[in-house]
Ligand binder design. Structure first.
Ligand code: HEC
Ligand code: HEC
Ligand code: HEC
Length: 188
């Protein structure tokens, strides 16, 4: 009997260890925020950050929630403050979908940030990993090249859940111009 109990305990310990290690290995990647994307300010890399800040409407997506038009449409839906309501924030601010403890890194003001499309970066943002595309993808980097990949990523927010006053039918490949940022030609 004693032996059986010991065997039971032993199996429990093994099982628990297994669950704990599995948990560590599979802990979901975290949002690192715009600071984690600093290399992409380099001209030699294509300065995607500069482009996003200056030209990409996604960088202003949170700011847009403050407009009169935004407040009006929100009010019609019974929403008092669109800058604080999940029903608006989920598509307008990546920070709003990040877990509470990761919001220090990612500010609401960053609107739809790099990670909003390319996935949370904690496991792929290091340079040694980033230079190996396959490894980066295995660690969470979302590459968005093919029409199917675009449909999947862009369609998460560009869909019929957009308040009808603002909805636009987009072609995710052709209507890429204001968002367009690439690697310098020699890197492609
Ligand atoms: C996390 C949500 C989200 C994802 C993912 C997303 N978008 Fe957007 N997009 C928005 C929001 C919100 C706006 C409105 C920004 C603003 O002006 O405040 C926007 C605006 C745009 C605009 C400008 C539309 C206009 O007013 O003319 C284009 C073009 C666009 N997105 C293309 C894309 C493409 C292409 C993808 C996929 C590669 C994509 N978006 C992925 C949320 C998203
Ligand atoms: C399902 C995602 C989604 C939700 C939810 C959402 N939006 Fe948007 N919003 C977008 C997208 C995407 C655009 C850009 C237009 C387009 O391409 O359809 C946009 C555009 C806008 C714009 C125009 C920005 C500009 O300056 O051109 C405003 C304002 C806006 N939304 C406010 C709101 C408010 C207020 C709410 C909550 C009541 C809300 N949105 C909920 C995705 C969303
Ligand atoms: C609205 C979604 C969206 C946002 C936000 C976004 N990207 Fe992208 N990114 C894309 C898409 C789509 C492509 C693929 C372009 C193509 O077809 O070559 C891309 C391509 C890239 C590439 C080139 C990869 C390659 O293989 O050619 C880099 C680097 C990149 N993004 C970095 C960033 C950085 C850094 C930010 C933030 C400043 C950012 N992206 C924000 C959608 C986005």
């Amino acid at each position: 009997m004693k032996g059986l109990i010991c065997l039971g305990c032993g199996m429990l310990v093994v099982a628990l260890t297994f669950v704990v290690t599995m948990g560590q290995e599979e802990s979901p990647p975290a949002y690192v925020g715009m600071k984690g994307c600093v290399c992409h300010k380099l001209k030699s890399l294509g300065n995607q950050v500069g482009h996003w800040q200056e030209k990409d409407p996604h960088a202003k997506a949170y700011e847009s929630l403050k407009s009169e038009e935004s407040k009006k449409v929100a009010a019609q839906m019974g929403i008092k403050d669109p800058t604080a309501d999940k029903r608006c924030l989920e598509c307008h601010a990546t920070a709003s979908v990040a877990p509470e403890d990761q919001r220090v890194n990612l500010k609401m003001e960053d609107g739809v940030s790099c990670e909003g499309c390319h996935g949370p970066g904690s496991k792929y943002c290091k340079k040694q990993i980033m230079i190996d595309r396959e490894r980066a993808v295995a660690r969470g980097l979302v590459v968005i090249k093919t029409p199917e990949q675009r449909q999947k990523v862009c369609g998460r927010c560009h869909n019929k859940d957009v308040p009808k006053e603002f909805y636009k039918e987009l072609d995710f490949v052709k209507d890429w111009e204001p968002v367009k940022h690439t690697l310098p030609p020699e890197e492609n």
